[in-house]
Structures are given as structure tokens and as C-alpha cells.
Design a protein around this ligand. Structure first.
Ligand code: ATP
Length: 457
């Protein structure tokens, strides 16, 4: 533990802090850093330099305390409340800028005087694995969402992530798992939209040998695979009604039965679910059980669409350019960046990623000029703006075009036209539309149910 030499802190306190695995610092009420523990030195490696500095200088490179710079300051809050305070801050660290969960505890002396503040710092894990996509953003809307993530991550509460397609729900689910005590166990994704009703139960709960035709051996389900870890139900609104009651039982009792077995099994999983559809509306329409909805949404988190956090586009673009063109050091010109910031992005971050990937393919060098970007944005716009080609194959129940058509009808028409252009290539079609393959699958299934598309198309 390193500590300021001319005013030694109680040895017992320093020795205790050194035994803790998380980075801790000790501050006085004048914001001065008095000591940093061994974990801090191990992780941040520059503790000697920060002793004697003010905490806002060390973490924010700011000469004024956080609360005077428009941020929440846990030390100022604790001075007022006399209690433990928690906040999420964006810190400068030797590894770059990093979101850190801060828990600050006030320490009193024998006379009840407030003497010190012990600050625990835990980085919020923003990606599923090193080198993988990383949750990126600093806008107020993004930070509000992240604050919720950091609050609920350490608990076992069921979290419901809701927001438009492409806003990063799966990425946030990973961040929740990685920032929880379950991170050394499995994170198992259940793609509810792509599981046929007949398969759902056996996929989720597993089955015994001979339970149904083709069950040649017994097989554990996804719930079992997630034991001790996190089960992520993506597009939870697509769970068949008949299955919802079984899921409810799992949530309420922690028990389930494999298909073809009477044996009741126990499992310990944390549940995170996601939906781009409004579950309360589905409850009102009788398509989703209310009791299950309440059970899943102990802690709901809304993911803001990209249009509510346009300030994040430059940072997101820089991050995504590295991902889509590794090793090329791609940059956008100021004009191109401005064009990007004016784009509506109905497909959110996924659409941004696709546009940038196309732009990198179209650009010859390391710079994406405005003209190239405009070209890259076209395929995103094309399905919504182009009239139906004259040679369009007549599909059963094709919807009318404007005037008088509703937005929903136009969207369906655009999808049918795009489908003709990409016959057979669903992945390419999904990329062009800026939606996930799962979302595309759902939309196609809806068209088939409505009779606008022949089954099997
Ligand atoms: N804040 C973010 N920072 C960096 N990348 C992001 C962010 N949000 C989303 N992405 C990227 O955008 C794409 C879509 O994200 P993701 O699949 O998590 O969205 P989703 O909301 O689950 O979509 P859907 O509802 O269609 O399943 C992914 O490539 C992901 O890495």
C-alpha cells in the first residue's frame, strides 16, 4: 500500500485495504488522495504519482471537483449524506477512458468526526471477450442506460432489456453477465424467435432418450448449460404461449423437467431477456402472460435508439471502423462524419456498422470521403425509396404502394421487393435492410402468416 509519508493513516486500515482484490484509494474531505492499495497499483500501475493529487485531477484530469463540472461526485454526496454512495464514472486510466463503478464509504474517527473516504473502483466490463465488440458511448442517454446496467449487474435480479432492433441489447446482456459474480460460468443465448414451438421445450429443458421420434439419446437443454451462469432469452415476446407457463415455473421455483422425464431438476440461473416489441401491449392483446411479464421485468432497462444519442456517432464510428476494417486505420472526413450524424438510422448501431463496412469496401485508401459515404448510405435507403420494378414478380397478396398506403404497408412492400432481389440470400438481405437475421426471420414469418408471402419463400 502506498500512502502519503507525512500523515500516516492507521496501519490496520492500510493492511486491510491491501488484502482486498479490487482497487481502492483513500481520500480526505479536501478530495486529496492519501493512499492507494496493492490492487490499485497492480491494475493502474501509477499509484505513487497520484498520492497527494486531488481525485478529480487523477481520474478526470480536471482542476475542479466533479459536482462543479456537471458530474455526480460521490465524495460530495457522502459529505452531505454521511452514508455510502455509488456512482458510475468515466475515468482516465493508463488503459484509456474506462467506465468505473465507484463505491465510496465515509470513515469516522472515535469522536464521530468524518475523517476519510474509502473509494472502491471496479471497471464495468463492456465486452463479452477481449477483442470482441465493445459497448461504446458517452452521451447522456447512453450513460443513463449504463448507470442502470452497473446498478443491477452485481445482483441476481431478472433484467428485461427493451429497445429497437440494433440498439445493442445482446451486447448489454453480455456486459451484465461479465460484470456479475457469474462471469466465470456460462452465458447461454436462447434465440426465441427462431425456435419452432415443437422444439422449444426440448431445446430449453432437454429431453430423455425415446421422448419423441428421433430422440435417440438423452440431451441436456440450454437451461442446464447455463447452470451457475446467465440465460439470455432474446426476443422473449416470441415464446409460444404454451411454453410461457413452464418458463414461469422455472423462474418461480428454479425447477424444470426434461421432456420425457418425471424427474424434477433444480438449476441456478440468472435470467436476462430482451424484446424489441412492447410486452405490455402483448399482455393487453392476450399474447403474453402478465404473470411472466412481471417476473421477467423485475428490472427493466430501455436502450436508447441511435437518434437519441447522435453525439455518440463519432466515437461509435471510430470503434466500428476498427472492427470492420482491422489493420486499415480508416478515418472519416469531417464532411462524411457530418453526413453520418444527419442520417436517421432506423436500424440503429447495426445499420451504422453496415454502412461503415460498405464505405470501407468502396474506399480505395484509408480515408472515407463524403461522396463514398453517400454511396454507402444508398443501399440502406433504397428499399424505402425505390418504386417497385416493372418486372416485379407478382407475390400473393402484395400490398399497394403510395399514395394512401400506411407506413406499415410501405414497409411490407419494401421487404417483399428486397426479398425478390436477394432470393435465397437471407444474410445479405438482412445486411441491406440494416436488421438482424433474427428480425428478418420474424418479419418474413409475419408476412407468411398474413398471406402476403407464400409459405417456404
Ligand atoms: N453501444 C454500442 N457500441 C458498440 N457497438 C454496438 C453498440 N450497440 C450495438 N452495437 C453493435 O451493433 C450490432 C447490433 O447489436 P445487438 O445485436 O446487440 O442489437 P440488438 O438490440 O440485440 O438487435 P436485435 O433486436 O435485432 O437482436 C452489433 O454488431 C453490435 O456489436
Amino acid at each position: 500500500m502506498s500512502c502519503e509519508p507525512d500523515a500516516p493513516l492507521p496501519y490496520e486500515m492500510l493492511s486491510y485495504l491491501d488484502s482486498l482484490p479490487e482497487p481502492h484509494i483513500v481520500c480526505d474531505s479536501g478530495y486529496r488522495i492519501r493512499a492507494a492499495n496493492a490492487a490499485y497499483q497492480r491494475i493502474y500501475g501509477h499509484s505513487a504519482g497520484i498520492i497527494g493529487q486531488r481525485c478529480h485531477q487523477a481520474s478526470h484530469r480536471s482542476d475542479i471537483p466533479c459536482d462543479q463540472a456537471g458530474e455526480t461526485c460521490p465524495l460530495a454526496q457522502a459529505l452531505q449524506s454521511g452514508q455510502r454512495e455509488r456512482v458510475l464514472h468515466l475515468h482516465h486510466t493508463p488503459q484509456g477512458e474506462e467506465y468505473v463503478q465507484i463505491e465510496l464509504a465515509p470513515i469516522h474517527d472515535a469522536q464521530g468526526e468524518l475523517r476519510y473516504f474509502i473509494e472502491k473502483m471496479e471497471p464495468l466490463r463492456m465486452h463479452a471477450h477481449d477483442g470482441g465488440p465493445r459497448l461504446t458511448g458517452t452521451s447522456p442517454a447512453f450513460r443513463r442506460m449504463l448507470e442502470m446496467v452497473s446498478r443491477v449487474a452485481p445482483s441476481d435480479a431478472a433484467v428485461l432489456l427493451h429497445g429497437e432492433s440494433g440498439t445493442g441489447k445482446e451486447l448489454v446482456a453480455h456486459a451484465l453477465h461479465e460484470s456479475s459474480h457469474r462471469r466465470s460460468h456460462a452465458f447461454v443465448v436462447v434465440e426465441c424467435a427462431s425456435l419452432a414451438e415443437t422444439l422449444f421445450e426440448s431445446e430449453l429443458f432437454g429431453h430423455e432418450k425415446g421422448a419423441f421420434t428421433g430422440a435417440t439419446h438423452s440431451k441436456p437443454g440450454l437451461v442446464e448449460a447455463a447452470s451457475g451462469g446467465t440465460l439470455f432469452l432474446d426476443e422473449v415476446g416470441d415464446i409460444p404461449l404454451g411454453m410461457q407457463v413452464k418458463l414461469l415455473r422455472l423462474l418461480e421455483t428454479g425447477t424444470y423437467r426434461r421432456v420425457g422425464s418425471t424427474e424434477l431438476r433444480h438449476v441456478d440461473v440468472r435470467l436476462i431477456s430482451a424484446s424489441h416489441r412492447s410486452l405490455p401491449d402483448m399482455v393487453a392483446a392476450g399474447k403474453f402472460r402478465q404473470d411472466l411479464y412481471y417476473r421477467l421485468s423485475t428490472f427493466p432497462i430501455r436502450l436508447p435508439p441511435l437518434r437519441e444519442r447522435r453525439e455518440d456517432i463519432p466515437l461509435l464510428a471510430a470503434h466500428l471502423l476498427q472492427r470492420v476494417a482491422p489493420g486499415r486505420d480508416m478515418q472519416l472526413t469531417p464532411d462524411a462524419l457530418q453526413r453520418l450524424q444527419g442520417w436517421p438510422f432506423p436500424g440503429n448501431v447495426r445499420e451504422l456498422r453496415n454502412v461503415l463496412e460498405r464505405a470501407c469496401l468502396l474506399a480505395d485508401g484509408d480515408t472515407v470521403e463524403d461522396g463514398v459515404l453517400a454511396q454507402a448510405l444508398q443501399p440502406e435507403a433504397a428499399p424505402w425509396n425505390q418504386p417497385a420494378p416493372a418486372s416485379s414478380i407478382a407475390l400473393p397478396g402484395a400490398v399497394p404502394s403510395a399514395p394512401g398506403a400506411t407506413l406499415q404497408q410501405l414497409e411490407r412492400q419494401a421487404l417483399l421487393q428486397a426479398l425478390q432481389r436477394h432470393a435465397g440470400n437471407r444474410a445479405q438481405l438482412a445486411r441491406e435492410l440494416g436488421i438482424s437475421e433474427r428480425t428478418l426471420y420474424r418479419r418474413l414469418r409475419q408476412l407468411q402468416q398474413d398471406g402476403a408471402l407464400a409459405p417456404g419463400c
